[in-house]
Design a protein around this ligand. Sequence first.
Ligand code: 5GP
Length: 232
Amino acid sequence: MIPPVPTVDRGILVIVSSPSGAGKTTLTRRLLAEFGNLGFSISYTTRPIRPGEVDGSDYHFVSAETFEAMVERGEFAEYAWVHGNRYGTARGPINAALDAGRDLIFDVDWQGGGALADQWPADALKIFILPPDLNALAERLRRRATDAPEVIDRRLHKAIEELAHFHEYQHLIVNDDVDRAYKVLRAVYLTRRYGRMDRSDVPHPLAALAMQVDESLRSGADEHARALIRPA
Ligand code: 5GP
């Protein structure tokens, strides 16, 4: 009898969006540090590099001309204007990762999340991180000393626009406490990664994860998001 050919599980596209200032970067970095099979999708952007950022690691920082040439050559899976700058996700690394069974995490806005999920509907896992409240979000944005006041205002406006799209995401996580939010994010990711395997040697037993996801449901994230975008 011919032994079954080992198959590589297809990779997962973990799409994480949130208004800026909701703590998304901290949470996604933690997930990347814990799981070796997960890589970061490094976007292209025309915005200036910030102190502490590394070209080719946080983003590929490119000129408007280089960005436009990539658009012309059809190299982006999606691209958008955010805060007056251009951002885009290259197509090549996505197919390579999916075929090799590697997971990729995307830090993109709602436009990018929508476009990626439209093109890879069966592979996308869409997660939205919610701030505990809008005042806390505004406070966090103001504390970012690198940005000018009008930039902060624009970001706040964009944050409210971003919030209005929460319902397009499969999972909502309220970042009221970073350790609690991380536990839920981890459980959501692992449930998708191993949820189809009904085997005793799975590294993260579903029963344990289910308890954490239950915690997420009890956090009332959906009601919370509706309250945030309700007109005053
Ligand atoms: P920042 O400039 O603060 O790093 O990011 C601003 C916003 O752009 C964030 O909401 C981030 O998720 C989004 N963003 C980053 N890369 C991409 C991308 O490749 N495509 C899209 N559509 N949005 C992106």
